[in-house]
Design a binder for this molecule. Structure first.
Ligand code: IMP
Ligand code: MG
Length: 181
């Protein structure tokens, strides 16, 4: 495992090794299994592309209840900063009317994305919307929407790896790295 890496013009150092990520996902999956097992109607997992691909894959393998999968693509980030303006780049391919929905996010930072997404999904007729995120920047996030299942809480730093990118690079890293400042 590399301790330091470079992506584009920036240096990053190892922050969360893969085994810690996986055990945090184990714990979230166990909580979801307890909450969703035995429900009559399978919930819909909404993978927020592209960042949540690895989180969605690792989490889904650990779920022991039936669930459908849909993906959506939003955009708010440019470089290492949120623009605060969230737009839908690719919509859902199927109706979620009357369904219980669990959003799977890579990271909740300012919460602009998650807030927009939750209201979008409620408008599309979801019966309920729960939020799960691999990472939560807990000192930045100040919104009212509850983050029901956060796997890992992190300080206010820019990170890459395990699905997260810096200008589209770094998604394939199996550990998480933090920007060296
Ligand atoms: P928010 O809307 O400010 O909560 O930002 C959420 C989105 O910005 C996430 O889904 C990520 O795609 C991206 N993002 C936020 N923080 C980071 C980071 O530290 N590294 C990489 N992407 C991030
Ligand atoms: Mg994202």
């Amino acid at each position: 495992m590399e301790r330091k890496i470079k992506l584009h013009d920036k240096s990053f150092r190892l922050f969360i090794p893969n085994d810690e990520i996986e055990s945090a996902i184990d714990k979230v999956a166990a909580r979801m299994n307890a909450d969703f097992s035995g429900k009559e109607q399978p919930p819909i997992l909404v993978c927020v592309l592209n960042g949540s691909i690895l989180y969605t894959a690792e989490l889904m393998k650990r779920l022991d209840f039936d669930a459908e999968l849909l993906s959506i693509r939003l955009s708010s980030y440019e470089g290492t900063n949120s623009t605060g303006f969230v737009r839908e780049v690719m919509g859902l391919s199927r109706s979620i009317e009357g369904k219980e929905v669990i959003i799977l996010e890579d990271i909740v930072d300012t919460g602009a994305t998650i807030e927009t997404l939750v209201s979008m999904l409620m408008e599309k007729g979801a019966a309920s919307v729960k939020v799960s995120t691999l990472l939560l920047k807990k000192d930045v996030y100040k919104r009212d929407i509850p983050i029901d299942y956060a796997a890992i809480e992190i300080p206010t730093r820019f990170i890459v790896g395990f699905g997260l990118d810096y200008n589209e690079l770094g998604r394939n890293l199996k550990d998480i790295y933090v920007l060296d400042e």
